[in-house]
Design a binder for this molecule. Structure first.
Ligand code: NAD
Length: 341
């Protein structure tokens, strides 16, 4: 009997709806020759919800997420005014304790990258740090933000990263700014070092975040698994995405012990909304990560092979990759490849 997974789909706003719809077509194609089914349950969330519901993440959507096995999430615009609703991604990460943000950084055939054959992963702590968003105005012109770092959260993301490194090239680099942030990054460093004792076969290095930003440009091939705190991971993973091929290709998984949310690394790119012009591969690869997480490895690999195949042929290429193809062209080409396997 075929298995059915309930998947929450949040299309998001800006370019979110068009790239999510492109991904749904890929998911439909991959189910045709698989022995599982995806029941896609659409929920409302994002900037457009604020006027309608007074929040960017309505309670009904949270309840929907609770009923599902995983969430596929399009990007969403986050307002920047003081007092406006906080980012939907940040809220979902906290509600479901999705403590590891996993961002694979790899090169693709025919896609310009800083160096060839790169393959590493950024694992970013996903629940605290400066992303706690705990800040206040102490006096006019004086703002204070709390950077919350705990042993518990640092150790569990470190454990996740070490497990990942054991399945890869057995090399882990932890990135911090312990020379300046001695208390908070001291806690992070100590937690990583404590977990490292359980993994004697993993080579462990550490770097200050500024040196790491430089090393990602100078010698990106020196990385396998990177583990770091929330904001450093956010910044470094955008940098790493550009080093390996661009934000249009970079996928991310938010993983907890009981739930996973899968989304592109990039945001809602509002200036391209509705133009059918952006690259859907980042969220398509996030959907592949979702299937892999659900245990549907063959289907996940099929999507990845189709993406690599289309890029390798070089006939369909979106504007970010120097081509003229639309979002729909890219999605159709990936769908056709999957159907041809
Ligand atoms: P962004 O990632 O949306 O866009 C930056 C630039 O990257 C774009 O202008 C575009 O040139 C390029 N780009 C992004 N996605 C692309 C794609 N699929 N194909 C081709 N090119 C692509 O970053 P931003 O402008 O800083 O943020 C816009 C909004 O998105 C903000 O409101 C921000 O808060 C939000 N955001 C949301 C998430 C999320 O939902 N998880 C993540 C990051 C940013």
């Amino acid at each position: 009997m075929s298995k059915t997974y309930n998947i929450a789909v949040l299309k998001g706003d800006g370019i979110g709806p068009e790239i999510t719809e492109a991904t749904v077509k890929v998911l439909e194609a991959v189910q045709e020759k698989s022995d599982f089914k995806l029941d896609l349950l659409y929920g409302e969330a994002g900037f457009y919800c604020i006027e309608k519901h007074g929040t960017n993440l309505p309670e009904e959507t949270i309840a929907l997420l609770r009923r599902t096995d995983a969430c596929l999430k399009g990007p969403m615009t986050t307002p920047e005014e003081v007092g406006a609703p906080v980012s939907v991604a940040v809220k979902i990460r906290k509600i479901f304790n999705l403590y590891a943000n996993v961002r694979p950084c790899r090169t693709f055939p025919n896609v310009e990258s800083l160096k060839p054959n790169l393959d590493f992963v950024v694992v970013r702590e996903n629940t605290e740090g400066l992303y706690a968003g705990a800040e206040f105005l102490a006096a006019p012109g004086v703002g204070i933000a709390y950077r919350i770092i705990t042993t518990e959260a640092s150790a569990r993301v470190a454990e996740f990263a070490f497990k990942l490194a054991s399945k890869r090239k057995k090399h882990l680099t932890y990135i911090h700014k312990g020379n300046i942030l001695r208390i908070t990054d001291g806690i992070f460093k100590d937690a990583v070092k404590a977990v490292a004792k359980k993994y004697p076969d993993i080579t462990v290095d550490d770097l200050h975040v500024d040196a790491a930003a430089m090393q990602l440009i100078k010698k990106p091939e020196s990385f396998d698994v990177i583990v770091t705190t929330n904001l450093f991971g956010d910044i470094l993973s955008d940098e790493a995405a550009q080093v390996t091929g661009g934000l249009g290709l970079a996928a991310g998984a938010n993983i907890g012990d009981t739930y996973g949310m899968f989304e592109p690394v990039h945001g809602s790119a509002p200036k391209y909304t509705g133009q059918n012009r952006v690259n859907p591969i980042a969220i398509i690869m996030a959907a592949s990560m979702m299937l892999d997480h659900l245990g549907e490895r063959e289907a996940a690999a099929k999507i990845e092979k189709a993406v690599t195949g289309v890029l390798g042929e070089g006939k369909v290429s979106t504007a970010d990759l120097g081509g003229l193809a639309t979002t729909t062209d890219m999605s159709n080409a990936i769908v056709a490849k999957i159907r041809a396997f």
